[in-house]
Ligand binder design. Structure first.
Ligand code: HEC
Ligand code: HEC
Ligand code: HEC
Ligand code: HEC
Ligand code: HEC
Length: 170
């Protein structure tokens, strides 16, 4: 029996493209899970080493449905004096002086047809780490939970929280 060479070539050709595609998809996915930020800010340094509370910078998370990243002025309350020679802090100072917010890239982002608010979850005593993982150990924030519908609804079942569609889809 003769092996038909062109079939063999076609076979490896296809395998090759499958591998390339998967590597590429992996790179895209890891970029989405932890995007590279305009300033190399580390939660590990600020939360784990310096012992700052989450609410020191994310106070509005508990208070309102629409949350904003911490303002540069909050960072500058320390960095006007701390590590002023660091290139990253120089970048930060530039934003401060021009009055521009730092264009942080969002790690978690729902489409606007999904409604989520932190307030009731935090009131119900659910820890940040349940949904966000051990942020205090991260140099770069990554998404650790899928945040898909099944994740939300399963927990709502356990806590006997509402499961009507229009609670989360407005
Ligand atoms: C309570 C004071 C404090 C606040 C508030 C603070 N930082 Fe820091 N930050 C520090 C200290 C102290 C270090 C240095 C830690 C070390 O290297 O020993 C640091 C380190 C850094 C570094 C690393 C600098 C380098 O090159 O080593 C960056 C970047 C940074 N902070 C950004 C920020 C940003 C952005 C904010 C606001 C969201 C912020 N910091 C808020 C105290 C603070
Ligand atoms: C010194 C200020 C500071 C403190 C303290 C802090 N954060 Fe942050 N956090 C930031 C900044 C700045 C960003 C935006 C840049 C980034 O994603 O790394 C951020 C981003 C995040 C994000 C990603 C938001 C997104 O884009 O979806 C999560 C989740 C988060 N923080 C959780 C926490 C938790 C949990 C704690 C406490 C364990 C905490 N943070 C403490 C400054 C802070
Ligand atoms: C029940 C799960 C859950 C818990 C508990 C939770 N989060 Fe979140 N968090 C989310 C989801 C989901 C999003 C994305 C919301 C969106 O895209 O509209 C988010 C987004 C964020 C963001 C980005 C906000 C933005 O609009 O850019 C920050 C910062 C954050 N969370 C911090 C915290 C902190 C700090 C705590 C604890 C005090 C906490 N989260 C507790 C689920 C949770
Ligand atoms: C750890 C368990 C848990 C997870 C995970 C969780 N929830 Fe909840 N959720 C609750 C509880 C408990 C309540 C009811 C709080 C109360 O009765 O005050 C609630 C209430 C709500 C409400 C109604 C209250 C409000 O804020 O208007 C919405 C909307 C909601 N959750 C959306 C979500 C979405 C979207 C997700 C997924 C990203 C999610 N939840 C994940 C436990 C959870
Ligand atoms: C506790 C919150 C919650 C409830 C209740 C809920 N959903 Fe969802 N739903 C979500 C989240 C979160 C997503 C995913 C959004 C994303 O991936 O960005 C989603 C996604 C969807 C999608 C898009 C397909 C998919 O799976 O990603 C459809 C369709 C949908 N929901 C329909 C419904 C219907 C119908 C109900 C009522 C039976 C319902 N949802 C109840 C939170 C909820």
């Amino acid at each position: 029996m003769k092996i038909e060479l062109y079939k063999l070539i076609a076979f490896f050709y296809i395998i090759f493209f499958i591998i390339i595609f998967n590597v590429y998809a992996g790179i895209i996915e890891s970029r989405e899970l932890s995007p590279s930020q305009p300033i190399n800010y580390s939660h590990r340094i600020h939360v784990h080493e310096l012992g700052l509370e989450c609410s020191f910078c994310h106070e509005n998370v508990e208070k309102s449905a629409t949350t904003l990243p911490p303002p540069v002025s909050l960072c500058m309350s320390c960095h006007e004096a701390v590590k002023t020679e660091s290139p990253e802090i120089k970048k930060l100072t530039k934003y401060y002086e021009s009055g521009e917010p730092v264009p942080w890239i969002k790690v978690h982002k729902f489409k606007d047809w999904v409604y989520f608010s932190h307030k009731r979850h935090i009131k119900a005593g659910i820890d940040c780490s349940f949904c966000h993982g051990e942020v205090k150990a991260m140099d770069v924030v990554r998404k650790v939970r899928s945040m898909r519908m099944g994740f939300c609804v399963k927990c709502h079942e356990i806590y006997k929280a509402p499961k009507e569609c229009n609670i989360c889809h407005k």
